[in-house]
Design a binder for this molecule. Structure first.
Ligand code: F6R
Length: 613
């Protein structure tokens, strides 16, 4: 959370920083600010709210500068307001700093500084760290770089920090632990960002900075060091991403664009990995740890939010096809509850961003205890991808809408491949069934396209009809129980309507008390082995006058007769159904959010990449 950008080079820094902040706004939008190195010293502009408000605030001020840093905030310490916005200035006014992360021992550092007479102008942990650095620099009469190194050895928590100091023209000093930092290399210029999107228009050569590394960045020089002051050779990588991938391309919102991209992104996630002719799935990550998987006593899947929902689907699929015990864990619980882990465990981590703090730390802990980590990640080069022993990318491309859509279905697609691949290795699937599932998966992109071509108008109508609801219940069974959870999560985050997902049969044990003629109940009722059961559940809700909205398989007249409204998906095997059923629920949440006049790409209080615990 929080987006950071930096630029030093021959161009004007301000427009690059503003454009970069807009690209990173998905990481937080409580406030925005920039600091520029100018002839007269360091100038800071900052404002509560989105980047557009910052631009209006800056207006026609003098922003001429070739070196600057910028920040878009997701508030942790201190309410969103101008005062708490970054960049912060040090006591001398000489140094400006932006920070993404949390300094856990900031209170102790603050007490020390208060005793020294420091006065703080914000409630942030970041301002404390900045003054702690300056205090060290003054007392030790050392360089800024040295002061940062000393300070960071005393700091606990997570950070990416970028500093500019009027004593060091053209220079940005950056350091990272636990939050992402990418440096883009241009012609006599460098770009810094929480991800590569701010630099994509200028360069495709990037360096991903690792934990405990410090970068001294000048237009024509990038020096990388560890906290022990040893020089590290930067590992330059080529970005495989086009600018169009991070633009709206005519859609009203990124979320809508990303929903409509799914036929392609699902195709991309499967591409080159399955061969129906040869009856083969190629996943080099699984091959790399095949011996561990064969010997594993169980697979633990660790994730948060939407990724946790795809983990639940995977639990059902892997146990069914591979006959191996699977446990699904919330990363935030797993990391703190002292789980029993050994070298006989294989852990699959699922994460779109690859930066989710809870997932990352849960993996670090498990790795220390000998477990093998398999990362299923969307963002190439992200922290989770890098600490994994092996893994697969989901290849969904950049997901910018805060609510996850295409990354979710790409996760589901690759998890299906993983299950099939493991089943083949373990011999728990016969050739005929294997071919059948490959064919089923192969048909998914086309079926998703069918939903997008044929159901959008009807879903818009349903969205209008129920957009005033106060509560919505989502029910599903079996493979589509997680679909119900995901549908409810999408609606909550986009429309601010209270929504709950439940296993359909479980509603009799409590939630049924909520049902009256005002409650919309969304059933994920595609044709599967639970179908008769879910039809009974629909009857139970109908008998209590709840409004029934059902996702049904094409041609299912029975549920159509019972339901007030239906959203249709093509027929498919029940194992594949979550990939299709997710689409109408994403669209429904989107159109309800739009109907309510909300900012669906940047819902309140949320941020895309949750890099704080
Ligand atoms: C919901 C959503 C979040 C994320 C969660 C995990 O739409 O996007 O629930 O799924 O924060 O994020 P990743 O997958 O990046 O680890």
């Amino acid at each position: 959370m929080c987006g950071i950008v930096g630029y030093t080079g021959g161009k004007q820094a301000y427009p690059i920083l503003i454009d970069g902040l807009k690209k990173l706004e998905y990481r937080g939008y409580d406030s925005a600010g920039v600091a520029l190195l100018q002839d007269r010293g360091v100038t800071v502009f900052k404002k509560e709210g989105k980047v557009a408000k910052l631009e209006a605030h800056v207006g026609v001020s003098d922003v001429a500068s070739h070196t600057g840093i910028g920040h878009t905030r997701w508030a942790t310490h201190g309410e969103p307001c101008d005062r708490n916005a970054h960049p912060h200035l040090s006591r001398s006014g000489r140094i400006a700093m932006i920070h993404n992360g949390i300094i856990e021992n900031y209170a102790q550092l603050k007490t020390e500084l208060l005793k020294e007479g420091y006065v703080f102008h914000s409630d942030t942990d970041s301002e404390v760290l900045l003054n702690f650095i300056e205090d060290i620099q003054i007392k030790n009469e050392c360089s800024l770089e040295e002061a940062i190194r000393i300070a960071l050895k005393r700091v606990t928590g997570a950070y990416v920090i970028l500093l500019i100091d009027q004593a060091y023209p053209d220079t940005i000093i950056a350091a990272r632990k636990g939050s992402p930092l990418v440096i883009g290399i241009g012609q006599n210029e460098h770009f810094l960002g929480s991800d590569a999107s701010p630099m994509l228009a200028y360069t495709k050569e990037v360096v991903y900075i690792n934990d405990y590394e410090l970068a001294i960045v000048k237009p024509d020089e990038l020096i990388l060091k560890n906290l022990g002051n040893e020089i590290i050779t930067p590992y330059v990588q080529k970005l495989d991403m086009e600018l169009a991938a991070i633009e709206k391309n005519g859609y009203d919102h990124f979320m809508l664009k990303e929903i409509f991209e799914q036929p392609q992104t699902i195709f991309d996630s499967l591409r080159g990995r399955m061969d129906a002719q040869k009856n083969q799935i190629t996943l080099s990550g699984i091959d790399a740890i095949a011996d561990k998987i064969m010997a594993a006593r169980r697979i633990i899947i660790v994730a948060c939010g939407t990724s946790w929902h795809s983990a639940l689907v995977a639990e059902y699929v892997i146990e069914e096809l591979c006959r191996i015990n699977v446990e699904v864990e919330y990363a935030s619980e797993f990391r703190y509850r002292n789980p029993i882990i050994s070298s006989e465990d294989v852990i699959i981590a699922i994460s779109q961003s690859g930066e989710t703090a809870d997932t990352l730390v849960a993996l670090e802990n498990a790795k220390e205890q000998g477990a093998t980590i398999y990362g299923l990640v969307n963002v190439v080069g992200s922290s989770i991808a890098r600490i994994s022993n092996a893994g697969s990318y989901t290849h969904a491309g950049p997901e910018i809408g805060v609510a996850s859509t295409k990354a979710y279905t790409a996760q589901l697609a690759v998890l299906q491949l993983i299950a099939l691949k493991i089943a083949k290795l373990k011999g728990t699937i016969d050739d005929q069934k294997f071919t059948y599932f490959i064919q089923q998966l192969d048909a998914v992109p086309e079926k998703v396209q069918w939903i997008l071509d044929n159901q959008v108008e009807e879903i818009q109508r349903i969205a209008k009809k129920y957009s005033d609801a106060n509560d919505v219940l989502y029910l599903g069974r079996g493979y589509n129980f997680p679909t119900a959870l995901e549908g409810a999560l999408k609606l909550k985050e986009i429309s601010y309507i209270h929504a709950e997902g439940y296993p359909a049969a479980e509603m009799k044990h409590g939630p049924i008390a909520l049902v009256d003629e005002t409650l919309p109940v969304i059933f994920v009722a595609t044709k599967d082995s639970y179908h008769e059961k879910i039809v009974s559940n629909i009857q139970e809700i109908k008998a209590r006058k709840g409004k029934i909205i059902a996702i049904v398989s094409e041609g299912d007249n029975r549920v159509e007769e019972l339901a007030d409204d239906i959203m249709v998906v093509p027929n498919c095997d029940e194992i594949i159904a979550p990939l299709l059923a997710a689409i109408p629920l994403q669209l429904l949440a989107y159109y309800i959010g739009v109907e309510r006049g909300l900012d669906v790409d940047q819902p309140r209080n949320l941020a895309k990449s949750v890099t704080v615990e």
